[in-house]
Write a protein that binds this ligand. Sequence first.
Ligand SMILES: Nc1nc2c(ncn2[C@@H]2O[C@H](COP(=O)(O)OP(=O)(O)O)[C@@H](O)[C@H]2O)c(=O)[nH]1
Ligand SMILES: [Mg+2]
Ligand SMILES: [Zn+2]
Length: 308
Amino acid sequence: MTKAVAVPLDSYKVIEHAQPIACFICNEQNNVSAPFCRHCQAPLALAHQAATQKSPPRMVAVVGATGVGKTVYLGMLVDMLSRRVHPLQILARGAFSITLQQTAVAALAQCRFPEKTPNEPERWNWVHCQIRRPRTRRTLELIVPDMSGEAILEEVEHPHTTPVISAFLKKCCATMILVDAARLDDGLRDQEYFSMKFVSYLAELDPHPKTGWAHRPVAVVLTKADRAAGCRDDPEAYARSHAAGLWQQCSQRLQVCRFFAAGVAGGSALCVLRDGRRVQVPLRVEPHGIVEPFDWLLERLNRRKPSA
Ligand SMILES: Nc1nc2c(ncn2[C@@H]2O[C@H](COP(=O)(O)OP(=O)(O)O)[C@@H](O)[C@H]2O)c(=O)[nH]1
Ligand SMILES: [Mg+2]
Ligand SMILES: [Zn+2]
C-alpha cells in the first residue's frame, strides 16, 4: 500500500514565472527567468538592467566583415575608456561588459590577438556601460555588442533573416563601420563591397525622412592603420582614393558621416603555429585613434534626442 504524503504546491513559483519580460532588443515576450530571448537569442540581462533605469539605454553598433578587427578594437576601446577620467567616465555594467575587455587585453598582453567571435548571439559579449561627465549629473547608458561578422553579413545579404541584427540595428542610434585598411592597401576590394552593402542596407532598414539612418551618425573607421601607410594622416582622402565607391555612397546617403583611422598594434608579424596554422601576432601594443571615433559619435548623440 502506498502511504499518502502531503506535498506542498509551490504555486507562487508558477505565478512568478508567468510574468513575462520583453526582450530589450526585439521586444518579444519571454519567461522572466530565461537567460536569453527565445526569439533573437539576445541576453535578457539587458532587459533586466534596462528595467532599473529611468531612461532606456541607447545602442551603438560596431560592424564590419569577419577579421576586420571589431573584437580587438572594441576590447581596446572599453579598456582605454574605463581608465579615463576626462572628459567622460565609463562604468561597465554586468560581467559580460568586462569579459570583452579582459579577453582582448589579456591576449594582447601575451602578444597574440583574441580568438574569433562565435556566431551564436548568446555567446557574444554585450558591453553595457554608463557614461558620466564629471561635474554634471547627467548619465548616458550605452549598449554595444561585439557581433560576429558572419551574422552581420548573413543579415545584410538576406534582410530580416537574423532577427537579433535587424532588431538591434533598427533601434541603434549610431554606428561604426570598420573597414580593413591593410586589405585596401593590398588592393583588395572585399572590404569596400561589404561596407557599401551595409550602408545601403541601413538606408533601407529605416528610410524615415527625419529619424532614419540617413540622419544618424556613422563613423567609418579604417582599422589596422599600422599596416596601411598614409591612412593615418588623412583617413577621408585615403578612403576616397582606396575605396572610392564606399566614399561616394557615404557622402550621398549619409548626412552625418566621418572617416577615422585606428590601429591597436604598433606592428605585426606572421607566425606559423605548431599545427601549421599561420596567424598574425602583434609585435607591440601601440593604440592609435581608438577613442576619437567614439568621442565624435557621443558628441553627435548628445545633440540628438533619443528616438527609441
Ligand atoms: N596589424 C594589425 N592587425 C590587427 C589589428 N586588429 C586586428 N588585427 C588582425 O585582425 C584579426 C581579426 O581581428 P578581430 O578583432 O578578431 O576581428 P573581428 O572578426 O572583426 O572581430 C586579428 O586576429 C589580427 O590578426 C591591428 O590593430 N593591427
Ligand atoms: Mg570578433
Ligand atoms: Zn529578442
